[in-house]
Design a protein around this ligand. Structure first.
Ligand SMILES: Nc1nc2c(c(=O)[nH]1)N[C@H]1C(S)=C(S)[C@@H](COP(=O)(O)O)O[C@H]1N2
Ligand SMILES: [Mo]
Length: 212
């Protein structure tokens, strides 16, 4: 137990020296679970992901169809507003950037914001530039395994910091919706679930934009 504590401190000192520990954050080796409400059940027969709003064509992918989309892996640090940070996490899934580049989603010029819609009405909003950057992924896998139910199985948004990519805004981890079911592209911004509850709209971890 003490060994673990020293190990955690040493790892934290290391990422601090590397400039990867944002202000007010602490390194965790665990993976805490945080959400409002219950964990939904997944039914592969009825599950779909819908895309609508400022797009040329609306889309609806079944679970089987979603699994045929091009796949991307991502290594990044994730930062929760409740002050834990987890470093070098590995994710796999589908990149919105790739879907747009390959014409699988055709955005209208008016598409300025993305609303992620999750089970039970949970929402999270992001500017389109952030959602199309390399540090945002529609993730199906964490650490080589399908997501666990409490971390968002079968699909969630994830956003974090890619070491060295200092030009990309890094929002807190709540900007990734677990149990994702819809992508709504919008011309005007709307606050998501936590943003309506008083959390910051941009939520940049380096600027400590925790609350509004
Ligand atoms: N559907 C849904 N997604 C959600 C939330 C939620 O309440 N519902 N909470 C967010 C918050 S506040 C955080 S910090 C992260 C936590 O993800 P984790 O449980 O995998 O650590 O999920 C985000 N995504
Ligand atoms: Mo959170």
């Amino acid at each position: 137990m003490f060994e673990n504590m020293f190990r955690r401190r040493n790892l934290e000192e290391q990422v601090r020296k590397e400039g990867r520990l944002p202000p007010g954050q602490a390194l965790t080796q665990k993976f805490p679970v945080l959400h409002y409400g219950a964990v939904p059940r997944f039914n592969p027969a009825t599950w779909d992901l819908r895309v609508w709003g400022e797009v040329e064509e609306e889309k609806r992918w079944t679970w089987a169809e979603f699994n045929q989309l091009p796949r991307t892996s991502l290594l990044m640090d994730i930062h929760c507003v409740t002050r834990w940070s987890k470093f070098d996490t590995t994710w796999e899934g589908v990149s919105l950037r790739v879907l747009v580049d390959q014409g699988l989603i055709k955005l209208k010029p008016g598409a300025k914001y993305l609303m992620q819609h999750a089970e039970y009405g949970f929402t999270a909003n992001l500017p389109v530039e952030v959602a199309l950057a390399e540090n945002f992924l529609l993730a199906t896998h964490f650490d080589g395994q399908p997501l666990s139910p409490d971390h968002g199985y079968p699909l969630r948004g994830v956003v974090g910091y890619i070491p060295g990519s200092d030009d990309l805004p890094t929002p807190y981890f709540w900007k990734g919706a677990k149990w994702l079911r819809g992508l709504e592209f919008m011309s005007l911004d709307r606050p998501g679930f936590w943003e309506q509850a008083g959390y910051h709209n941009e939520a940049d971890v380096w600027k400590e934009e925790r609350f509004r």
